[in-house]
Design a binder for this molecule. Structure first.
Ligand SMILES: [Zn+2]
Ligand SMILES: [Zn+2]
Length: 72
């Protein structure tokens, strides 16, 4: 096992997981589909690519209302 010397973030930084695929959500990603969107109805977060908005530009989606699959 190798441990990449990624920057040591604050230990208190909470890890948010995609409620669809259970993968950790990361910020500062280039891929639109890996960017995070939060449900307007609940606390859940998703990758853009794990929602109905897959294939759309993050810029186009972030101003829209989003209800996740649990809320719609
Ligand atoms: Zn996901
Ligand atoms: Zn929801």
């Amino acid at each position: 096992m190798t441990t990449a010397p990624i920057q040591e973030n604050k230990k208190s930084k909470e890890i948010i997981k995609c409620s669809s695929c259970e993968e950790e959500l990361v910020s500062d990603v280039e891929e639109d589909e890996q960017k995070n969107i939060g449900c307007d109805q609940c606390e859940r977060w998703f990758h853009l690519g794990c929602t109905e908005f897959i294939g759309l530009k993050y810029e186009d989606v972030k101003s829209r209302d989003f209800s996740c699959l649990y809320c719609s």
